[in-house]
Design a protein. Structure first.
Length: 302
């Protein structure tokens, strides 16, 4: 059978294109500039984590040290924090910073890892389903994870980077803010500033209110700077009775109450700010909390 010349030419081009497509390399992944990843073993926890590190654009040009942000839930939050911090420097004159993202444990589902590492207690009433096949839910290791941060992560960062360890900032949201509160009430000087968005104060029937009461009974001061932020839409639906359960929590009122309790003690060296972002909800508020939390602590040339 004879094939018309135009059709034969078309078939030849098509075959060449298919052959070229098969030989072409896979597209490269997108990488953030001036970033690196470090593996770290949590010796006491017997788990492996990673640190995602973003360095300022000017880092290679001098010898000065930079404030350092330690960011929980890094799998989501690290690129957000890194990019917002860069933008605030370039367009609003804020100081440059080093950003250190705290990954979930290697081999763990993100929710499983954060439930375990960021929560302060094992819930007295458990109604949680597993999020990893064959592994029951785990909770209540925030104190142990916090010790890993202070004894292993902070020294590693101080050793390998020009970080100003007198200006360490903890950034958390939701369960990540529970971790921040655990450290605030356990070892408040671990960080010099805490940016805590939408803390899950309903967790374990409001256990952090109990922790705060216990702290106040033993201490006359709480040396810390804290920026609290939350979305105005994180409220209880009209007609529902507020409680300390996840389903019936009013997260805005919980946070207002917690901040007010801290203020009543009149700790000499505690500074807190609380900002409600009225058009935001739990999913959308984090960038606003971060932006205002950074501006409340870091200096600006504008």
């Amino acid at each position: 059978m004879r094939i018309a010349k135009p059709l034969a030419a078309y078939l030849l081009l098509a075959l060449c294109a298919l052959d070229g497509a098969a030989a072409a390399p896979a597209p490269a992944g997108y990488a953030l500039e001036n970033t690196e990843v470090r593996d770290i073993r949590a010796q006491a926890l017997r788990r492996d984590y990673q640190l995602y590190v973003a360095l300022p654009d000017s880092y290679k040009d001098g010898a000065r040290r930079y404030p350092v942000l330690f960011v929980a839930d890094a799998n989501y939050a690290f690129p957000v924090v890194r990019n917002i911090a860069q933008r605030l420097h370039k367009h609003a004159g804020m100081e440059e910073v080093i950003v250190v993202g705290l990954s979930y444990a290697k081999g763990d589902n993100g929710m499983h890892s954060r439930r375990r590492d960021y929560t302060p207690s094992v819930p007295r009433k458990q109604s949680y389903s597993p999020v990893m096949p064959g592994r029951p839910p785990e909770f209540g290791q925030a104190a142990a994870y916090g010790k890993f941060l202070t004894t292993e992560v902070l020294p590693l960062v101080a050793r390998h980077y020009r970080a100003d360890m007198r200006r360490k900032v903890f950034v958390g949201h939701s369960y990540g803010s529970l971790l921040g509160l655990e450290m605030l009430l356990g070892e408040p000087r671990s960080f010099d500033h805490y940016i805590l968005g939408s803390p899950s104060l309903w967790f374990d029937a409001g256990v952090m209110f109990e922790r705060e009461k216990a702290y106040a009974a033993r201490h006359k001061d709480l040396p810390a700077s804290v920026f609290f932020g939350i979305g105005g839409l994180e409220r209880l639906a009209p007609g529902k009775q507020r409680s300390r359960s996840e389903e019936d929590a009013d997260m805005v009122e919980d946070l207002r109450e917690f901040d007010a309790v801290l203020r009543t003690h009149r700790y000499p060296n505690l500074k807190t700010q609380l900002r409600v972002f009225h058009e935001e909800d739990h999913a959308s508020v984090f960038p606003s909390v971060l932006t205002h939390g950074l501006r409340s602590y870091l200096s600006s040339s504008k």
